[in-house]
Design a protein around this ligand. Structure first.
Ligand code: ATP
Ligand code: MG
Length: 573
């Protein structure tokens, strides 16, 4: 494609509203344009990248035996009512009403529609297993769309739904999908990890996520090289300490702490570490009352774990300060388990504290030198916190490492959650009706484009992994109006490369060389060939590799051989 025919508007300045590098570069390189909150238009260059992702995803899904279909993006409310999710899915669901006053939603996912198809199409166990997939637009009314296409409201997802007679068949397809995902992300040139995950909204039993490793990731993942344990931090369990609790050395004291509330303030005021403080959080309980959750001061509450704690209401809801004051008589910021008249659940590491500090349940006072069993009874022990870097791996193989990740894929075993409520059955060997068992498998196709840039950029712009690049080669002609010989040479090369199967972006614009070089770096195509008057006189072009920055003179007639020798065989099709 000639750049004179592609109105490419690159931006020098970093757009103010783009927080992370991939979003900035996608806007600057003209890959996408924002239409409205969480809504993006894929411009020609960006769409080429998206299509390349789709293509690899499609090839590997087909290779894994999945069947491509295309479901409507608008789904009738009745199906969602059958599974109960019309009420449960909440505000992420964009609800629509048609001219007949019938309710619909715009697909955020498609378990219901896939199950509807399966219950109509599939009659006999002989037809199973079946794995349907599509690559299609989804809409989720995200509370905080951000990071451009990474957390958009409208986005492209590959979603697959498999149907089975029994668990063994589901296990086999689940493993096949896990392998296919690993192939996909490897082919895309991404550094990724597969981790154990929470089933979340969709529900079910076994579930794993695929994360692209990047500091800008919204998720945290934990792994241990020693035992191959890997999980989303949401999921990774912590255990009670191996060692006995240290003995008490201080006596209980009450200290005036005027205006001191947060753990940091308490630690600074009393000159102790946050690890010596106890944090008290109050949440709603299942019986309409309140429950106190106790954590070590430096630890973060894990909401998914907390929801599983005895007596805690789902979804987890922090009690309001007013409610806490009414029920306990203590203001928020002064809470502590001693004398607190609420059921209490403590994290394992909170129970390992000795001589600790906490609120006194009255304003402006704290207790120090507190010890379990001496000053207050032991509450219920539970795993309530996020794992931290260095915590022991649940696999027993050493310490956990924690890194940030971007979730690009998620596979689930759904069991019969949807097939049972929607009565999706087949006849088994004995002619008896059996509810099918299901799996589902998602890939964030459009999110991958952003995630890939997070991992592949430098100070000058994007550095595409070859399989994702919008073009294979960028050909730049220097000062096109100046030399007919150079123009002729550049055009000959353009045709030659295209005939050999390369996708070439030809910068034939009448622009300054510096502008062209900067745009080429920004757009990030792996191989750059420059043709100019001086070189053409010597029969030479100049090659530059975007990633390594290496430059070489190449004979004008040798460019094809040169690219081929570098492995750069054109992609098929
Ligand atoms: P997240 O935790 O990031 O909100 P999710 O777990 O809700 O994602 P899934 O239901 O597992 O998402 O959807 C499958 C895939 O779709 C995700 O792994 C992710 O790559 C992608 N995805 C989900 N939400 C978005 C979004 N708002 N924008 C772009 N991609 C998304
Ligand atoms: Mg997910």
């Amino acid at each position: 494609m000639r750049l004179t025919q592609l109105p490419l508007t690159t931006l020098k300045e970093t757009p103010a509203d783009a927080e992370i590098i991939s979003h900035q570069l996608m806007l600057r390189a003209g890959l996408v344009r924002r239409l409205s909150s969480g809504l993006f238009t894929w411009m020609p260059l960006g769409l080429r990248v998206l299509r390349r992702v789709e293509r690899i995803v499609r090839e590997e899904m087909n290779r894994a035996g999945a069947l491509e279909i295309l479901m409507p993006a608008v789904q009738p409310a009745e199906l969602w009512q059958e599974t109960g999710r019309w009420d449960l899915y909440g505000d992420l669901l964009l609800r629509i009403r048609d001219r007949h006053e019938r309710d619909y939603c715009f697909a955020p996912t498609a378990e219901e529609v896939a199950t509807e198809i399966a219950r109509r199409e599939l009659r006999s166990y002989r037809q199973l297993p079946v794995n349907y997939y599509q690559i299609n637009t989804k809409f989720r009314d995200e509370i905080r769309p951000r990071f451009g296409v990474m957390r958009a409201r409208e986005f492209v997802m590959k979603d697959a739904y498999s149907f089975h007679l029994d668990q063994a068949s589901l296990d086999a397809t689940y493993d096949t999908m896990a392998d296919a995902y690993a192939r996909i992300f490897t082919r895309l040139g991404l550094r990724f990890r597969k981790v154990d995950a929470d089933g979340g909204e969709i529900g079910g039993s076994r579930s794993q996520e695929f994360h692209v490793l990047a500091d800008s990731g919204e998720d945290r993942i934990a792994w241990c090289e020693g035992d191959s344990y890997a999980a989303n931090v949401e999921m990774a369990p912590t255990a009670p300490a191996d060692l006995p609790r240290p003995p008490a050395t201080q006596s209980l004291a009450r200290i005036a702490t005027p205006g001191v509330r947060s753990i940091d303030e308490v630690a600074a005021f009393l000159q102790v570490s946050a690890t010596q403080c106890l944090k008290t959080l109050v949440v709603e309980g299942t019986d309409g009352g309140l429950i106190a959750l106790l954590l070590r001061g430096d630890h973060a509450l894990n909401p998914i774990k907390a929801e599983r704690a005895p007596g805690v209401a789902r979804p987890l809801k922090l009690a309001s300060p007013e409610r806490i004051l009414t029920v306990t008589g203590a203001p928020v910021g002064s809470l502590g388990p001693v004398t607190l008249k609420l059921p209490q659940v403590a994290d394992h590491s909170a129970l390992h504290l000795a001589d600790f500090v906490c609120g006194a349940n009255v304003a402006d006072a704290h207790l120090t030198g507190i010890n379990w069993e001496r000053d207050l009874p032991l509450p219920t022990a539970f795993d309530l916190r996020n794992v931290e870097n260095g915590d022991p791996s649940p696999g027993g193989g050493g310490a956990l490492t924690i890194a940030r990740g971007i979730e690009v894929g998620h596979i689930f075993q759904l069991g019969d959650k949807y097939s049972r409520s929607m009565h999706a059955v087949v006849l088994d060997q004995d002619g008896k009706e059996r509810v099918m068992t299901m799996g589902c498998y998602g890939i964030g196709v459009s999110r991958i484009v952003g995630a890939a840039i997070e991992q592949n950029h430098d100070a000058n712009g994007i550095v595409w992994p070859e399989p994702l690049s919008p073009f294979d080669v960028i050909l730049i002609e220097i000062n096109p109006k100046k030399s007919e010989a150079a123009t002729a040479a550049a055009n000959t090369l353009y045709n030659e490369l295209q005939n050999a199967g390369y996708e070439v972006l030809f910068d034939d614009r009448d622009a300054r060389p510096g502008v062209k070089f900067a745009d080429a770096d920004l757009v990030g195509i792996p191989h750059r060939i420059v043709v100019g008057e001086r070189g053409v006189k010597e029969g030479k072009a100049e090659y530059r590799h975007r990633q390594s920055g290496t430059e070489e003179q190449v004979g004008l007639t040798d460019v094809l051989d040169f690219l081929r020798a570098r492995r750069e065989v054109p992609r098929q099709g």
